[in-house]
Design a protein around this ligand. Structure first.
Ligand SMILES: [Zn+2]
Length: 183
C-alpha cells in the first residue's frame, strides 16, 4: 500500500514536471492570461509569459470596468504585446527570477495611472526542476539495482562478484547470499 502511494506520488511528480516544462516552452511563444474577479472591485490575473508564471491581484481597481469583462476569461496574446499588467518586470524587484510584492503601486500602460496590487511570480525552471528530482532519483535507483542484480555486481562499487559471491574483494562489502547455503 505504502509502495503504491509512493509510486503514485512519483507519477504525479513526473506529470507536473512535464506540464511545467511544456508551459515553460509555450511561454516564449504565447502569453496566456486568466482573469477573474476577486472581492468587490478586486481583479485577479494569472499570467504565463517569458519563462515565468505570474499571479496578481489588483486591489480596488479604478479601471475595473475597462479591464474586466466578467466571468473567468482566458486570453492568448502575442508574447511581446505589452499591456499594463506586464509592466511588473520593471516595477517590482526580482530575486533569482522570483517576485513577491505584498502591496505595490504600479502604473498601467496607456493611461499611466496608479493601481495597487499584490504580485507573486515564479520562473518555470523552479517547478520543472523540483518535480524532476524524485523521478530521476527513482530512475537511477532502478537502473542501478537492475544492473547489479542481473550480472552479479557489487551494489557498492560495481565489482564483478561471480567468483566471490559472499564478499566483494574490491571494497570489502559483505553480501547476503542470494541462495541459502547448506550447513
Ligand atoms: Zn565492492
Amino acid at each position: 500500500m505504502t509502495r503504491r502511494l509512493f509510486t503514485l506520488a512519483l507519477v504525479f511528480s513526473l506529470l507536473l514536471c512535464i506540464a511545467a516544462a511544456g508551459l515553460w516552452a509555450r511561454s516564449y511563444f504565447v502569453r496566456d492570461s486568466l482573469r477573474f474577479r476577486g472581492t468587490g472591485r478586486d481583479r485577479n490575473l494569472l499570467s504565463s509569459a517569458h519563462g515565468e508564471m505570474l499571479a496578481m491581484t489588483f486591489f480596488d481597481d479604478p479601471f475595473f470596468e475597462d479591464t474586466y469583462a466578467g466571468g473567468v476569461r482566458w486570453e492568448k496574446d502575442n508574447v511581446d504585446d505589452i499591456f499594463g499588467d506586464w509592466l511588473l518586470p520593471t516595477a517590482v524587484p526580482r530575486h533569482a527570477g522570483f517576485v513577491y510584492a505584498h502591496f505595490q503601486t504600479i502604473y498601467l500602460a496607456g493611461n499611466g495611472k496608479p493601481v495597487n496590487c499584490r504580485a507573486v511570480a515564479m520562473p518555470y525552471w523552479f517547478p520543472a526542476t523540483l518535480f524532476a528530482i524524485a523521478p530521476l532519483i527513482e530512475l537511477r535507483k532502478r537502473i542501478r539495482s537492475r544492473r547489479t542484480n542481473q550480472i552479479g555486481l557489487c551494489p557498492k562499487c560495481g565489482y564483478d562478484l561471480r567468483a566471490t559471491p559472499d564478499r566483494c574483494p574490491e571494497c570489502g562489502t559483505a553480501l547476503i547470499p542470494r541462495v541459502a547455503k547448506p550447513c
